[in-house]
Design a protein around this ligand. Sequence first.
Ligand SMILES: Cc1cc2nc3c(=O)[nH]c(=O)nc-3n(C[C@H](O)[C@H](O)[C@H](O)COP(=O)(O)OP(=O)(O)OC[C@H]3O[C@@H](n4cnc5c(N)ncnc54)[C@H](O)[C@@H]3O)c2cc1C
Length: 374
Amino acid sequence: MTQHVLVLGGGVIGLSCAFELRRRGFGVTLLEQGRCGGQASGAAAGMLAPYSENVEEPDAFFRLCLRSLNLYPDWQLAVKEASGLDFEYSATGSLYVMYHDADVQAMESRRLWQDGHGAKSELLDAAELRRLEPHIAPEAIGALRYPGESHVYAPDYVKALEEACRRTGVVIRDGLGPVDILRWQDGAEVRSPASGETYRGDILLVANGAWAGLMEEAFGMAIPVYPIRGQICAYETPEMPVRHMVFCSQGYVVGKRNGTLVCGASEDVAGFETTVTRRGIARLESWNGKLFPFLGGMRPFHEWAGLRPATHDGFPLLGRLRRSDSLLFAAGHYRNGILLSPVTAHVVADLLEGRDSSGPELAPFEPERFGVRA
Ligand SMILES: Cc1cc2nc3c(=O)[nH]c(=O)nc-3n(C[C@H](O)[C@H](O)[C@H](O)COP(=O)(O)OP(=O)(O)OC[C@H]3O[C@@H](n4cnc5c(N)ncnc54)[C@H](O)[C@@H]3O)c2cc1C
């Protein structure tokens, strides 16, 4: 008999899981309290950058990111084909810029361990960097180049995912407001007081990003997921002067095919507030000018913010609960949810098909690792 999955949350994670589950023959209903893609996923810079984002060691999170990067070429084609919508997927590579001689040693050790994991990176001196990025600041003394990192235009990617879900037969109910969890053991039942409807399924997948932490009571467990606001801005450039994704220790700059230069991002604690502050954007403006002096004289034409779903140990909650076969989590992807969307969808679908393809690799992401209530 076809199993029916209720997916809670219509961000990139919920939509990706819904799409993959539907492709594998599950019945899927996605429940969204607001608008699909209306939170962190639509706000993201869209970088697929496992090496630039993981600079310490090859831990389980890094390996998950890498697996997802490798899934992207096929995954993005599948989303485009199923949705009939195009979105930018650009294999520009990235540059991590250095300003001080003291940075070179740290970059070299990062290069050594990451090259053991397919980075194929290259340490560039100032002249080589300037040849690749002619407008870079004169203070930059070199960069680490990762040719395999890429990016998507996140708002369009999420729109295409939503359309791919609809076209393949995922039932999407949005604008539901806060919902009540009525059952999560031995089946799933969720009620929306706003719509007056009750939704039933065999499985409940919790994929509601930064809001997952509000569900401790409902599931009787510790869920230390909380929102970290990212303020971000974009400049309009007539001819794209930046060729790569360019990182420094304080932020990043990514040129999009539509002529916008996206620059991010703050990491501040403001509860569930998604407004931008003058202070937050001013800090970005100051760093953008230090990376690319031509930005020093410009003002962003667009400023916005989103809520990254952070966790206490930096790892997402991904997998099935020990206490119930009917409940799974896919939440807490923090800075890398766009990158991690294909692998998350594959892991969830494999688990529900009874194919535990990730095995011990998933242990660090166990949803109940922070404790359950007696
Ligand atoms: C400024 C910024 C830049 C970023 N840049 C990148 C990047 O370059 N690369 C990258 O990989 N990642 C990036 N991220 C991180 C990425 O955006 C997130 O990790 C990702 O979007 C998380 O997806 P999600 O679906 O879990 O959460 P969300 O997109 O927040 O979606 C969760 C959804 O659940 C809904 N919801 C909440 N509670 C309920 C409920 N009870 N019932 C029903 N629905 C509910 C919400 O309304 C929301 O739509 C960035 C984030 C920010 C803020």
